[in-house]
Design a binder for this molecule. Structure first.
Ligand code: NAG
Length: 303
C-alpha cells in the first residue's frame, strides 16, 4: 500500500512536509518507476548595503562579492545582512536566519594553513538588536548543537571569513549526534564536493517549521524554543543548490532533512524534494532570476 511505501522510502513523509507536497511530488517520488537507490539521474543592493553592519571591509569589494553571491536573486528581503563571503536574512521573531546564501567555489573550500576553525568562537551577533539576538547561554544545556547554516568549511579563504560563520546569527539549534554531526554534515560535504565538477555552486540554506497532523486530524505547527531568548528549534532544514555548467546551463538540487537523528545509511537522494515544495513551505523564492526552463536538471532529472 502507499502508506507502507511512504514509511519505508522517505523520512520526509513521516515528518510533516507531506502537507506541502503536491500530487506531482507523490507521483514523481513514489511512483514504482522511481528508484531511490539508483536516481536516474538589482535594485536591492541599497537594502543589503544599508543592512551591512558587521564587517568594516572596503565597501566596494564587499558589494562586488555580494552581487556575485546574490547574482540569481534574493529568496526574500527581510533583514538582509552581508558578510565577507555569505549573505543572511534574519528572522527576528524566531532568532534564527530565514536563509543564508553562499557562492561556493573550489577556492573557498580548499584546505588553507592560514585558517583554523578551532580558533573561531561562537559569538553573539552584535549587529542584531538585543531583543532578537540569540546568545550562547540559550544553547547551553539545551541539548542542541549550535549548527552552522553557512558551513565553516565553505569559507576557508581567510580566518575572518571562518570567524563570521561562527556568529550566532548563522546558527540554528540542531540535533547533534545523528544530524548536525552526521547526515547534515554529509549533505554539506556533498555540496562542497560539487565544486570539483562545477566552477560555480550557489547554495541557499535555512530552517523550516512544518505542520504535523495531530490526533484530532488538524494540522499544527509545533516547535520547541530554547533559552531565555526563546530561540526556535526548526523542525526541518532545507538546502537548495544550483550548479552552473560550463555551457551556461544550470542544475538544481533541493533537499529537506528533518532535525532528527537520521541513520547514516539513508541516501541523500531520499531527502530530495521539489524546490517549489520548499518555496511554499518557507515563503521564499529561490533563484528567481533564472528562468526555470534554463535548468537542464532538477533533482537529477531532466527538466
Ligand atoms: C577570529 O576569532 C578569534 C576568536 O574570537 C579571534 O581571537 C581572532 O582574532 C579572530 N580572527 C580574525 C582574523 O578576525
Amino acid at each position: 500500500m502507499a502508506t507502507q511505501k511512504l514509511k519505508s522510502l522517505a523520512y520526509i513523509g513521516t515528518f510533516g512536509i507531506s502537507a506541502f507536497i503536491t500530487g506531482t511530488y507523490f507521483e514523481r517520488k513514489f511512483s514504482p518507476q522511481h528508484n531511490l537507490k539508483n536516481p536516474q539521474d538589482s535594485p536591492i543592493f541599497s537594502t543589503v548595503f544599508a543592512a551591512t553592519a558587521v564587517s568594516p571591509v572596503p565597501s566596494e569589494t564587499n558589494v562586488g562579492r555580494i552581487s556575485q553571491i546574490m547574482k540569481y536573486g534574493f529568496p526574500g528581503l527581510d533583514n538582509v545582512r552581508s558578510f565577507d563571503n555569505f549573505v543572511l536574512s534574519y528572522d527576528k521573531r524566531n532568532r534564527v536566519a530565514h536563509w543564508v546564501f553562499e557562492h561556493i567555489t573550489p577556492e573557498c573550500c580548499k584546505p588553507n594553513d592560514q585558517v583554523d576553525r578551532a580558533l573561531s568562537e561562537f559569538t553573539p551577533d552584535e549587529s542584531i538588536h538585543p531583543f532578537f539576538r540569540s546568545l550562547n547561554s540559550d544553547y547551553y544545556k539545551s541539548g542542541y548543537d549550535r549548527g552552522h547554516l553557512a558551513a565553516a568549511g565553505n569559507h576557508r579563504v581567510t580566518q575572518k571569513m571562518v570567524n563570521q560563520t561562527f556568529l550566532l546569527s548563522n546558527m540554528a539549534p540542531q540535533v547533534g549526534v545523528g544530524f548536525n554531526r552526521d547526515s547534515w554534515n554529509r549533505l554539506e560535504r556533498y555540496v562542497r564536493r560539487l565544486t570539483r565538477t562545477f566552477k560555480n555552486v550557489y547554495c541557499c540554506t535555512g530552517p523550516l517549521y512544518l505542520p504535523r497532523k495531530e490526533a484530532n486530524g488538524k494540522n499544527y505547527v509545533k516547535y520547541e524554543v530554547i533559552g531565555a531568548n526563546h530561540v526556535a528549534v526548526p523542525t526541518h532544514f532545507f538546502k537548495v543548490v544550483v550548479c552552473e555548467t560550463k555551457d551556461g546551463q544550470f542544475e538544481m538540487e533541493s533537499y529537506v532533512m528533518p532535525n532528527q537523528v537520521i541513520s547514516d545509511d539513508t541516501p541523500l537522494t531520499s531527502f530530495m524534494v521539489p524546490p517549489e515544495t520548499i518555496e511554499r513551505a518557507a515563503g521564499l523564492l529561490f533563484f528567481d532570476n533564472i528562468a526555470r526552463s534554463k535548468f537542464s536538471k532538477i533533482n537529477h532529472k531532466k527538466n
